[in-house]
Design a protein around this ligand. Sequence first.
Ligand code: NI
Length: 179
Amino acid sequence: MTVRDILKMGDARLLRVAEPVPLFDTHELHDLIVDMRETMAAVHGAGLAAPQIGVNLQLVIFGSTAENPRYPNRPLVPQTVLINPVITPLGADEEEDWEGCLSVPGLRGVVPRWSRIRYTGFNEKGQPIDRTVDGFHARVVQHECDHLIGKLYPMRVRDFTRFGFTEVLFPGISEAQDD
Ligand code: NI
């Protein structure tokens, strides 16, 4: 399969509202997910949304391993394929933390997100997913699902004194070149 090009902020395709996936467990869907996994692994991403490779479908993948150099010291998030997701915030609490995005290379910013959410959707076989999560897991899901409504994390930044180049904000982070 293929490592695909990741669209960068400024590309109008990143601003679209994605369409629901109409059919599960098809060859096309499995091939797309293989490409997304290879693309995400090639750049050490923690998540990738189909619109980031120009496919306007409600499909995101995410998950972290202990070895991910872009997100050291972060809790593990299970490797997940999430299709046609719905996010429900649980409570009004928000928390702030740094985010980066493969479509916004070289930059990081502090983004407020719901602290605790429930998310539902389907995996690639059409089996339902229903999870209640918080912290980094909740942040990753909110970031990825924002790509499905044409939102990139800089659009969520409220305090631009905490937005800038990774190499300046976090000197010594080795992966700054491919963030
Ligand atoms: Ni992103």
